[in-house]
Structures are given as C-alpha cells and as structure tokens.
Write a protein that binds this ligand. Sequence first.
Ligand SMILES: *Cc1c(COP(=O)(O)O)cnc(C)c1O
Length: 220
Amino acid sequence: MIAQKLKNTLGKIDGRAKLIAVSKKKSSETVMEAYNAGHRDFGENYVQELVDKYEAMPKDINWHVIGHLQTNKVKFIAPFVHLIHSVDSAKLLKEINKQAKKNERVIHCLLQLQIAKEDTKTGFDQTELLEFIGSDDFKSLENIQIDGLMGMATFTENEKQIAAEFEELHNFSNMLKDKFSMEQLKIRELSMGMSADWELAIAHGSTMVRIGSSIFGTRN
Ligand SMILES: *Cc1c(COP(=O)(O)O)cnc(C)c1O
C-alpha cells in the first residue's frame, strides 16, 4: 500500500525535486514500509517522536525536522538530524550552532520565511532575515550551514494566491543567491510544497517537497 503510494508520488515528481516523506504521527512500522521500498528521507514535526523513531529505525535514514522547533529541544536532535527546515528565529539558529559545536559537527539548516498571508504560520519576514544574515552575530556561527529557504503557503483553495506566495519566495531566494556569498550561506535548496500544493511548488522553483498524507494516509 505505502510502497505503491510512494512509487506513484515519486513517479509524478519525476526527479524534479527531492521527496521528503512526512512521517509524523505514523508508527515506525508504517514508516519502515517506505524504508523497505528504498526511501531514506523522512520529515518529522515533534522532537520526542523523532527521537523515538531515530532510536528504533535504521541509522542510514536522513531525518528532516520540518515543524516549529523549540530552542530547549534542539539538544535532543543535534547528534543526528540531517536538515532542519524550520529555523524561524535568530535565537533558534544560535542554539542549533551551540549544540552542533558540542556534538562536533555542522548542522545543515533552511531558514523559514513567512510567506502566507495568515499569522498562524511562523518564520522570518524578508527584512528581518536580511538584517540577520548581514549581522556579525550570523557570521560568528561556525557550526551551521544554511542550504536555502523554506516556506508554507496559505491554507486556501485559491491557487493564484498559493502560486504568488511560492513565486515570492522563489524570487527572494534567487536574490539571496545573487547577493550573498558566505561560508555559512550557500543557497541551493528551496523547500516548499505539501500533499495539496507540491505540483504548484515545483512549477515555482521548489527543490524539496514535503509530502505526508498522500503517501501515509490522513493523520488523526
Ligand atoms: C505535516 C506537514 C507537511 C506534510 O503535510 P501533508 O499535507 O500531509 O502532505 C509538510 N510540511 C510541514 C511543515 C508539515 O507540518
């Protein structure tokens, strides 16, 4: 079942973006079906659940944190996390840097931008992000690597609005790529698109889609 849905999704994506299979609220047994079908990149929102799965599952999995991350929980995932998509504040990035240093590694991150026209979603706004990456504070972070940006579109049926939000993020990402060349900032990924809007996201430059329910089924 899951192997088939995974295969269908990968077929439709057709190599245009990397698939992060969002496994939150699904059991390790369920996620293992996708693993056994060859998939290695999984996205999780909740730290305790992620740590439990990390311990229970094979160690060659790339674990992606995609949901809002609390500063005091960074230490639990710092030893093994592959990519944190949802870095939404300077404070959080500094803590990630600190924990990465303790673990003698570099942690790869994406900066989350607020693109939705609703204030339930978190993230930097453009001005705030430009100020931060231009600061000495940012330059001093040696154990993080920013690979790109992440965003979530407004939850709406209005495709024009979703497309405009994705396009705004794409343009901002291109601008950053042109303007900033720094050790800790090498823009090459754009994480946008979920089950309902990933086709549109790819059409607007997404390189990573985060798809949960259309592979694993709806969540409770
Ligand atoms: C849950 C979640 C997804 C996956 O959503 P689906 O609609 O199940 O594909 C993607 N991104 C984030 C940030 C999420 O929290």
